[in-house]
Design a protein. Structure first.
Length: 286
């Protein structure tokens, strides 16, 4: 089992020293990866499920934060949980991701994308909320096309994006394309993960039966698309009080990575919580 850890700027803040200290200690403890969430803009009354998001929450840009973290660390992988893909232009996003991957020497490898659930956020970025699923699918295809292209250029003529003979460098560090994991808690997200993703990272309050159904959907969608269903990684959220028995149960469900959230808000307590978790599960720094 691989263990990642999340850093939510909305609750922990965007102090640069705190972010880098958090990431360095996570790396020293042996966590595989660091994940950050995204919201581009909020507004009064914005609801995620039953919860209202205070509009003053300081959501830092996850890719800018991860680039900053990469400069202060050496091994920890960089992830998003989740990046709201429909609200980014894929030509610009492909360049940003490849640049971070090059500068970090191949650590921008756990991009997880989602559709977003706030209609006002979609409207603010000029995206039709009802088309964001199709837009995300096409954006994934566009980014992979650009990463794989050579000096002759690549062309695309789709529903949302079009270009001719486009060349984009630098390429990702030592690979033909960056992994793209799909987040979400719906069966549509599971199918998207199977058709286009390198992994599935479901959230939400799903029961065991629904989670099993969704992973079966992801794997069957992969097989139908001519992809290897067994190559799909399966990531789940967890907490630092998770037991060894729970981790074993996750593994039996096919989970390959658990991303934990800390309960502590203050830096000293966060470090203690990380260290205790690392010792309990014998994490080994790379």
């Amino acid at each position: 089992m691989k263990f990642g850890i999340s850093y939510n700027t909305a609750y922990y803040g965007v102090d640069p020293e705190k972010i880098t200290a958090y990431a360095r200690h996570a790396e020293d403890c042996g966590f595989e990866s660091l994940y950050l969430p995204e919201h581009i803009a909020l507004y009064p009354g914005a609801m995620v499920g039953p919860f209202e998001l205070p509009p003053s929450l300081p959501y830092g840009d996850p890719l800018d934060c991860l680039s900053f973290v990469a400069a202060a660390t050496q091994r920890i992988l960089l992830g998003t949980g989740v990046l709201l893909l429909p609200y980014h232009h894929p030509v610009v996003l492909a360049k940003r991701l490849a640049t971070i991957d090059v500068l970090s020497k191949g650590r921008m490898r756990l991009l997880t994308v989602g559709l977003g659930s706030l209609p006002g956020e979609a409207k603010a970025t000029g995206v039709d909320f009802g088309t964001r699923g199709r837009r995300a699918d096409e954006a994934i295809d566009v980014m992979r096309l650009l990463w794989a292209g050579d000096e002759q250029g690549v062309s695309h003529d789709g529903e949302f994006f079009a270009f001719d003979d486009l060349c984009q460098f630098p390429k990702p560090y030592g690979v033909s394309h960056l992994p793209i994991h799909v987040g979400g808690s719906s069966r549509a997200a599971a199918r998207r993960a199977g058709r286009r993703g390198d992994g599935y990272f479901p959230g939400g309050r799903l029961d065991l039966e629904e989670r099993a159904i969704q992973m079966d959907l992801a794997r069957s969608a992969a097989a139908e698309a001519g992809r290897d269903p067994q190559a799909l990684e399966y990531t789940r959220w967890g907490s630092t009080d998770i037991s060894a028995e729970q981790v074993e149960a996750y593994a039996e469900q096919g989970v390959t990575r658990i991303v934990v959230n800390l309960s502590a808000a203050e830096p000293e307590q966060q470090r203690e919580e990380m260290s205790a978790f690392a010792e309990r599960f014998a994490l080994l720094p790379g």
